[in-house]
Design a binder for this molecule. Sequence first.
Ligand code: FAD
Length: 184
Amino acid sequence: MSETIVVITGGGMAGISCALFLARAAVGVTVFDSGRSSLRRVSRVANYLGFPEGIGGNELLDRGRQQAEHFGARFVVADVTAIERRGDGFLVHAGDDEFASTFVVLASNKSTELARALGLSLGGFGDKFIGVDAQGETAIPGLYAVGRITGIPSQAVISAGDGAKTAIALIQKIRRQYYVDHDT
Ligand SMILES: Cc1cc2nc3c(=O)[nH]c(=O)nc-3n(C[C@H](O)[C@H](O)[C@H](O)COP(=O)(O)OP(=O)(O)OC[C@H]3O[C@@H](n4cnc5c(N)ncnc54)[C@H](O)[C@@H]3O)c2cc1C
């Protein structure tokens, strides 16, 4: 069994961005991703800030992953099949392996099975989304959710921002102090 501080379930726009900010703060983070981001279907994303000519969905995701890995995030290509409460943290099942973590971040877009299995109920528009507070935490302490799974608008840049916002809230919780990620 491996251990990490944060497990992120889903390596799409929100999960990658969350991992990037956690890794830059030296928080141990492992991302499990089954490779089915909605953005992989998009040949040209024309509304992502910073790319005036547009950028391919695959390229945007792959570059984001490289950036997060560069700062120390770990990525595993695997489906998370179950998440259990274990003491104050979680036990995450993926493939034949188990990973213990203090926090879990759900970033799995339309896949809400894991959240429902943990006892969370769905709400929001069409009863399809996971409710979170201003820090991104669900009704289960230590369990966070980011991106489209929380019902925010379906734009890649919004999911990326949401992942970053919750990463910073988590870093502040772990360090118990105000945190900014600024380069000079
Ligand atoms: C057809 C289409 C076109 C779009 N075009 C645009 C566009 O032009 N511009 C724009 O800004 N947005 C566009 N979007 C929206 C954009 O793709 C989403 O807003 C964005 O990808 C949401 O990010 P996310 O991280 O919440 O989810 P996603 O990027 O979908 O990532 C979710 C990830 O979770 C993984 N996952 C799910 N369950 C598990 C599990 N149990 N274990 C491990 N991994 C799991 C999936 O494999 C996936 O990689 C489009 C969407 C669609 C469907």
